[in-house]
Design a protein around this ligand. Structure first.
Ligand code: SAH
Length: 390
């Protein structure tokens, strides 16, 4: 097997558990390793570190799959690992819909599998995991006997790995517009054309967190996508709910989700740019009991963190101005590069500029089927905050 030797003096990150090995941490590679091959990683003095896959074209040269010397990387490895992922989700009670595999956090770097009841959506975001797709599909068939498996590899990050954008069936074709049940409510999921894998499972616990504050409330939600938070609000007893999204297609889906749950009379959705509309409505003096925000990631690169902060500050400031004194702001950030501290500081700055005082009610992160690897920067990527605005 090809061997990769680490430099003598490198950051203890890898030895402490981080699964990535960067180009500049490697002293030499023995053998003729091709992109996607399994390699053995050793310290400079030949101590076994682990086995992983290599891509000489990527800045992240190796991603480790195991640190167990006796574990070979083969079809069985993937079947065992996916079975372990399923045991973990069952233990935590995430059975019907869940992120079955969350990449690095499940020792299957760059592999995402979302389970929507009997349907599975897969993303293989690096070459070294992409080559194992047949083994992964076989494992899913063995463990779950699914009704359908779909590939959503239309993800730009694959280009860094020399991989094409593609999507399609990895099982017999099926109707890709499915219905799931979350917190007792129903939602259509468009597996083929929805955003990412079709549905944001990471907020499933956070959607329940609004249950009490929305009772009898006039609620405004922005960045609603298919309207999940807003429909929860309506079903939890809100008086009126208005949801906004810039995507007309998302608004269409959100309105059909409202009808699916029988709340179309109190919950409606409109197409709008939240940045413009919230600013205008602030000037018009509109007021809501609860305002909810769940914007997309504002940046994926360190160079533009400041731009992301400015975006968060702006949108949260606008939202706070629309909250009646004593009402609530429900606000999220999924930008992994903006850590919790930075996000909370940004909210404080927004409150200061809006001349409002705030009390923290709830702070949560992503659901437990997206576990956080301690020591791996930013795997706690979701920040979910409820504050009372005076
Ligand atoms: N709350 C949703 C997820 C939101 S994803 C859920 O729980 O499922 C972010 C959404 O913000 C996307 O649907 C995207 O279309 C929308 N969006 C992006 N920029 C926007 C803008 N400027 N104004 C309104 N919506 C925007």
């Amino acid at each position: 097997m090809n061997k990769v030797y680490l430099r003598r003096k490198i950051n203890p990150r890898v030895v402490n558990g981080h699964p990535w090995i960067f180009n500049n941490e490697v002293e030499k590679v023995d053998g003729d390793a091709q992109g996607g091959d399994i390699v053995e990683v050793l310290t400079h003095d030949k101590k076994f570190v682990g086995r992983g896959y290599i891509n000489p074209k990527s800045q992240i040269l190796v991603r480790l799959l195991t640190r167990n010397r006796t574990e070979e990387i083969n079809e069985r490895f993937f079947a065992n690992q996916i079975a372990k992922c399923w045991e973990y989700r069952k233990k935590l009670g995430y059975t019907e819909n869940c992120r079955l595999v969350f990449g690095e956090a499940d020792s299957l770097p760059q592999l995402i599998i979302d389970k929507f009841n009997d349907y599975f959506v897969i993303q293989t975001l690096a070459l070294g995991i992409d080559v194992w797709k047949p083994a992964i599909v076989k494992a899913l068939n063995e463990i779950f006997s699914p009704k359908g498996i779909y590939e959503r590899n239309d993800v730009p990050v694959r280009e860094l790995e020399g991989l094409p954008q593609q999507k399609g069936f990895l099982s017999a074709p099926f109707d890709t517009k499915i219905t799931i049940v979350e917190n007792g409510l129903k939602f259509y999921v468009d597996i083929e054309n929805g955003q990412k894998t079709g549905y944001f499972l990471d907020q499933q616990d956070n959607r329940r967190a609004i249950q009490h504050i929305v009772k009898g409330a006039d609620v405004l939600g922005a960045f609603t996508y298919t309207g999940t938070f807003e429909i929860h609000a309506a079903c939890y007893g809100a008086k009126s709910v208005l949801g906004l999204d810039i995507s007309a297609n998302a608004v269409l889906q959100a309105n059909s989700n409202a009808a699916l749950n029988g709340v179309q009379d109190i919950c409606r959705f409109e197409t709008a740019n939240a940045f413009d509309v919230l600013k205008q409505w602030g000037k018009d003096g509109r007021q809501y009991d609860v305002v909810m925000l769940d914007p997309p990631a504002f940046t994926k690169s360190r160079e533009t963190i400041q731009k992301a902060i400015t975006g968060y500050k702006e949108i949260n400031l606008r939202a706070m101005k629309l909250v009646k004194p004593g009402g609530f702001l429900v606000t999220s950030s999924c930008t992994s590069l903006v850590n919790t501290e930075l996000f909370l500081q940004t909210i404080d700055m927004a409150a200061k500029d809006a001349r409002r005082t705030i009390r923290q009610v709830t702070f949560q992160t992503q659901a437990g089927d997206h576990p956080v690897i301690r020591g791996m920067d930013n795997t706690q990527y979701l920040k979910f905050l409820i504050i009372q605005v005076q």
